[in-house]
Design a protein around this ligand. Structure first.
Ligand SMILES: [Fe+2]
Length: 271
């Protein structure tokens, strides 16, 4: 037995649906209650649904009792501030796990490549139930920013760059495909990320919005691309050397980091 999956997501790992009219809604994300992730102040999250309804963003498996990334409990303080966002997260009718708004500071292409990672959405998820994927609703208008998706982290030819204008709606199999956001500019970016269970409800929601699983790649300057690859490679080498110096195994999960780093990276670089 395996998981219930959506066939149209299996080849490229992503589906883009019709853009939402974001400009018609209030900027609810500006008023939410955010929390820093660990000691870093670089990335903040505002949870709308967490493991047990508290204002925190830890993985559901890190709680007592642990649970898979389903049956998120709505955070009443933030739901009261953001009823429209909450309604949008529930709109597909699929089971919702983690749901939060991310605040992401600008970065470079090379930093984004360094941040490429896969999520751990399906830990403790019972076989035979729906595979957990994630929805990304871009809230701010970041038309020059892109969601980078790669099937092979180290192969640029597998890269897809999906632009992130306000109202962009993407569903990604973030456990199978590497992803990170390249966000140039000088303003923070806001995006709502929701864990959904694959199944007929999510498929029907996508079907009603002209889903496409292949889009033209957002252009990139070859010089920027080359510079970014070098920066990411240099940063990975430095990190591996530092881990070795600390007596840690530099290879974990995708082959490039420790468990602790892997879990931190997932959140820090959350797209
Ligand atoms: Fe992620």
């Amino acid at each position: 037995m395996s998981y219930i999956e959506l066939p149209m997501m299996q080849e490229t790992g992503y589906v883009v649906v019709d853009q939402y009219d974001q400009a018609a809604d209030p900027a609810e994300w500006a008023d939410l209650i955010y929390v820093d992730w660990k000691s870093s102040g670089d990335t903040r999250f505002a949870p709308l649904a967490s493991a047990y309804g508290d204002i925190e963003c830890n993985g559901f498996w890190n709680h007592t009792p642990p649970k898979t990334d389903k049956d998120g409990v709505w955070v009443k303080e933030n739901v009261a501030i953001a009823p429209v966002l909450t309604e949008r997260a529930m709109e597909p009718g699929a089971n919702v796990g983690r749901c939060r708004v991310i605040e992401l500071k600008p970065n470079t292409y090379g930093e984004a490549l360094y941040n490429l990672h896969r999520d751990d959405n399906n830990r403790l998820n019972p076989v035979g139930t729906g595979w957990i994927v994630r929805g990304f609703f871009n809230l701010t208008d970041d038309a020059d920013s892109v969601m980078i998706v790669r099937s092979d982290k180290d192969d640029p030819s597998t890269e897809v760059r999906i632009p992130l204008p306000a109202g962009q709606q993407i569903v990604i199999d973030t456990q199978r495909f590497y992803h990170a956001v390249w966000h140039p500019g000088d303003q923070v970016r806001y995006c709502m990320i929701t864990s959904w269970e694959s199944g007929p409800e999510l498929q029907a929601w996508m079907d009603a919005r002209h889903p496409v699983s292949s889009i033209p790649n957002h252009p990139i300057d070859p010089a920027v691309q080359a510079e970014g690859e070098k920066l990411a490679a240099d940063k990975r080498a430095a990190r591996a050397a530092a881990l070795v110096a600390e007596g840690k195994d530099p290879r974990f999960g995708d082959g490039s980091m420790s468990l602790a780093e892997y879990e931190t990276m997932e959140v820090l670089s959350e797209a």
